[in-house]
Design a protein around this ligand. Structure first.
Ligand SMILES: O=c1ccn([C@@H]2O[C@H](COP(=O)(O)OP(=O)(O)O[C@H]3O[C@H](CO)[C@@H](O)[C@H](O)[C@H]3O)[C@@H](O)[C@H]2O)c(=O)[nH]1
Ligand SMILES: [Mn+2]
Length: 894
């Protein structure tokens, strides 16, 4: 075993023990206010060890085991002697069948409804009637595409104990581990829009993950070529010498220090409680110092560079603005004061090994000099660190760099030359590893004897940390991550979601899965992969499954080759970005890359771990959130008009998978019809009663029924997805708000693109600044960002709808007073139904109302006072206006 740390969670019986005895009371330490609790069986990392047995959480009560027999084909081909490394669960029949029946019932209801409408083609405004029938038909098909792939959800649980048994413990010579290598990628756009502290926490959590240290390499690709990020990485690697062994020794979770030190009660899983407190304090202090140094980096670099530059100036009189590294050489990337060849979008490619590959033998000798003052006691603890590499691809003005996809492809090539691990996993820099077993969990799927070899990627759910407790803008997206994705898991597998996804390198290279791959049928040529001979050789090695653990020698020719694979023109004329690597020219590179891999016949897996595998941050102000949605929905629609259209391409896509991808590519269009409906309340402002469909009451009854059915189905869905009504309702609300803002904007973009050929701009989602958020002090300010709604044009339709709804309700009240006596019973009923519709829309866009209140929305109760007041005022104005008109301008009466 590579790590001599105790194996968390490897106890043979998972009795589901939680925080049992607070037996380490003596560690209650005022200064730290920390509660140290011993976990009886060391299972506290929460990785679900066994799909079948063990403690089943209440929400899993709706799931039952699926038979565990290895697939017959595997038995024949001798795969049967390989272990089963994960278990499957399906939804209990008692929940699943009623759920399916209800879906069928709604389908019938919708068909009847539309048929009824067509038969009763009576309306006060015919063009409106026609549009709304088309709208209803569109809603129906859109719902069907959304719902159909959800008929057979599956949950899969990695069996970490079995993996350990077969790949770590059972080895004949007792040495090493048999686990395959993993190249871990972190992408960052720059050190300003993406705070360095997030990025470094991500790196630390990767370095400290529980995986054989000589088999995983951490690559950071900095898309800005910034010296700040390089030096931050150097600082971080040196802090890691303390942090990583500390995590191993004390089985710390999570292994991102910023989040770990924010925990209030520390759950103690390690085996050295006696040493824990003092070492905790020491590491924490060192971490604070690291943070200080990271913050100072820009000025440290500036000061150092000023010294070097003035020395240079005195030598040859030049007044260069160069940035200098600590070793006295000029930084080849961007400079603080940008000049030619040293600015964003115009700089050389850089590849630097920050932390060398560890020797293959464990060295448990403790830390070196710098920490001598209060060193950890590392007897028997593996203090080795994994390899860490800094990469920044070359940027040249006038070249298309293809944003994140281009960045990831450069990383893919650099890693092929340096470590060529058969598996890769990529993270956005604001995500981190929250469960140190997660990489092992992904491996359970890749190495399983059933579908393992045909598994192209393993996606984990995205979980977010900085979201406000009410999740006002639906950032958690649970309906998607726990509903739609479990559903796809029962088909060909989840889509790739951009971060927290492990790939088989060959799948990324566009190679077919083994079941479709006749031996030796792969063209490894420069027309496809580009001109690097080293890279082509690495592909051949990967195809032959040759393992290489030790790194290559970094001589001149090799360095030249590295520079070549990160050059800005490497991709040109090759298949990179189309059938090789991450796909270009589409704002959602993730969906389309997953699509391409599925289309070749690979399956994917959605991995469930009890302790969430990864955590990230989400935009919590409305404007940023909506921008993100514009990009996702616009990007998804771009897929429809690209060569990756799910109706016509993707040879080996399964039919339901096609349906799911088709839905992804057209759902934003639904918003056009929603927008239309949302403006209906304006009718109240028109003098006479105008009904879109007659008989109106019957029509409304049908509407209520089909809407109620959606929510009844939702009632089943939240049960199997293990989410709450709030999650469901937030999703509904956010779909509505986006339909009045982001989705129509995305549709508009598509139209513009069709005319001008220019697509959606990938704008990096702005991140909450950690310092501001963490040090803001009280709880209120922690979410200060949420109250900052920046007005942008796309908010206008939503604002108009909100405003006209308020007006409409007020006017309706006024009309009721004025005409109450003369209205027929039917008219009264119509009015009441109309109001019901208004209230429904208001309830749906409620979070938008809060958003435009800004800081006032801290006390949402104000709304419930303000709104009725507004209604009454409008009603009174209406009544006044009405009596005025009756008296003086009767021909204009409204
Ligand atoms: O030119 C660029 C732009 C972005 N990025 C990286 O891309 C990642 C995602 O960018 P972000 O702006 O945070 O996007 P989100 O809105 O949070 O992205 C979600 O949606 C994206 C598009 O579907 C996916 O790529 C992401 O993984 C997913 O988290 C970050 O690590 C960036 O550093 C680059 O490397 N280069
Ligand atoms: Mn992000």
């Amino acid at each position: 075993m590579s790590s001599s740390s105790p194996v968390p969670g490897a106890a043979p019986e998972d009795t589901g023990g939680g925080l049992t005895e607070p037996l380490l009371g003596r560690f209650h330490d005022g200064a730290l206010a920390a509660v140290v609790v011993a976990n009886a069986n060391g299972g506290g990392n929460g990785a679900t060890e066994k799909g079948g047995g063990g403690a089943v959480k209440a929400k899993d009560g709706y799931w039952v085991d699926v038979d565990q027999e290895p697939a017959a084909a595997d038995l024949e081909s001798g795969g049967g002697d390989r272990p089963l490394l994960f278990s499957n669960k399906k939804v209990k029949a008692a929940l699943l069948y009623p759920y399916r029946v209800l879906i069928l019932v709604r389908l019938v209801a919708v068909i009847l409804f539309i048929a009824w409408r067509i038969k009763h083609n009576k309306s006060d405004v015919m063009w409106f009637w026609v549009t709304s029938v088309v709208g209803d038909a569109w809603f129906a098909q859109s719902w069907l595409l959304y719902q159909l792939p959800k008929l057979r959800p599956i949950k899969r649980f990695p069996d970490l104990a079995a993996l350990r048994q077969h790949y770590d413990d059972d080895l004949p010579d007792g040495g090493g581990s048999l686990l395959p290598g993993i190249d871990v990628f972190v992408t960052t756009a720059d050190p300003v829009s993406e705070p360095v502290l997030y990025t470094m926490n991500c790196v630390l959590s990767i370095m400290a993950t529980d995986y054989p240290v000589d088999r995983h390499t951490c690559y950071l690709t900095d898309d800005s070529g910034s010296l700040v990020l390089y030096e931050a990485l150097v600082e971080t690697a040196s802090f890691a010498a303390l942090w990583v062994p500390f995590c191993r020794k004390h089985s710390v979770e999570p292994r991102a220090p910023e989040s770990y030190f924010q925990l209030e009660g520390m759950i103690y899983n390690g085996r050295s409680p006696g040493e824990f407190m003092s070492e905790y304090r020491h590491v924490r202090r060192e971490y604070e110092e690291l943070k200080g140094r990271l913050e100072m980096l820009p000025s440290t670099i500036k000061e150092r560079s000023d010294v070097y530059n003035s020395m240079e100036a005195s030598k040859d009189g030049g007044a260069e603005q160069a940035n200098w590294m600590a070793n006295g050489t000029q930084w080849p990337g961007t400079w603080i004061e940008p000049t030619e060849n040293h600015r964003k979008g115009d700089h050389a490619g850089i590849v630097k090994i920050v932390q060398n590959h560890p020797s293959c033998k464990p060295q448990a000798e403790g830390l070196q000099a710098s920490n001598a003052a209060n060193p950890l006691n590392l007897d028997g603890v593996d203090a080795r660190l994994p390899t860490v590499v800094y990469v920044s691809r070359e940027k040249t003005p006038g070249h298309e760099h293809n944003k994140k996809a281009g960045n990831l492809n450069a990383q893919l090539r650099v890693s092929a030359l340096l470590s060529n691990a058969p598996f890769t996993i990529n993270f956005d820099c604001d995500h981190y590893v929250n469960n140190s077993q997660a990489l092992r969990a992904a491996m359970c799927f890749m190495l399983d004897s059933r579908e393992g070899d045909n598994t192209g990627f393993v996606q984990f759910p995205q979980r977010f940390e900085n979201v406000d407790p009410t999740d006002r803008y639906g950032n958690h997206n649970r309906v998607f991550f726990d509903g739609a994705m479990y559903a796809l898991n029962g088909l060909q597998g989840p889509t790739y979601l951009g971060t927290g996804c492990m790939f088989r390198r060959l799948a990324l290279y566009g190679v077919d899965p083994p079941q479709w791959r006749p031996a030796g049928d792969i063209a490894v040529d420069s027309a496809r992969f580009g001109n690097s001979v080293h890279f082509l050789n690495s592909v051949l090695a990967a195809l032959k499954q040759e393992r290489r653990i030790t790194p290559p020698e970094l001589d001149e020719p090799f360095l030249a080759e590295l520079a070549m694979v990160v050059s800005s023109s490497y991709d040109h004329g090759t298949e990179w970005g189309s059938s090789v690597g991450y796909i270009y020219n589409i704002a959602t590179e993730d969906i389309v890359t997953g699509y391409r891999i599925h289309g070749q016949g690979w399956v994917s897996m959605y991995a469930t771990m009890e302790r969430e595998a990864f955590h990230g941050t989400a935009p919590i102000n409305l404007t940023e959130r909506l921008y993100q949605i514009v990009r996702w929905s616009g990007g998804s629609m771009e897929v429809f008009f690209s060569p990756y259209n799910p109706l016509f391409s993707g040879r080996r896509l399964r039919p339901m998978q096609r349906v799911a991808y088709l839905n992804f590519t057209i759902y934003p269009i639904t918003s056009i019809f929603i927008l239309l409906y949302a403006f209906c309340p304006v009718m109240w402002l028109i003098p006479s009663e105008i009904l879109i469909q007659r008989p109106f009451t019957r029509y409304v009854a049908y509407l209520v029924a089909v809407v109620a059915l959606v929510h009844a189905i939702g009632g089943f869905e939240i049960r199997w997805a293990g989410i709450t009504w709030t999650d469901w309702w937030r999703n509904e609300q956010f779909f509505m708000i986006a339909s009045l803002s982001a989705y129509p904007t995305a549709v508009l973009h598509m139209v513009v693109k069709a005319i001008t050929g220019k697509g959606i701009h990938f704008r990096v989602t702005s991140k909450q600044q950690t310092a501001a958020a963490a040090e803001g002090g009280d709880d209120d300010d922690k979410y200060a960002d949420m109250y900052e709604t920046r007005w942008v044009p796309m908010l206008i339709p939503a604002a108009v709808v909100l405003f006209s709804n308020i007006m409409a309700i007020g006017v309706a009240m006024g009309k009721a007073v004025v005409y109450g006596g003369v209205w027929s019973a039917a008219q009264k009923r119509h009015a009441a139904l109309g109001i019901l519709f208004n209230v429904w829309i208001m309830a749906l866009i409620y979070p938008f109302g809060l958003a435009i209140m800004g800081r006032w929305s801290k006390k949402p109760a104000i709304l419930f006072v303000l709104l009725p007041v507004a209604f009454v005022v409008i009603a009174v104005v209406y009544i006044g206006l009405h009596s005025f008109l009756v008296k003086f301008l009767p021909f204009m009466v409204i």
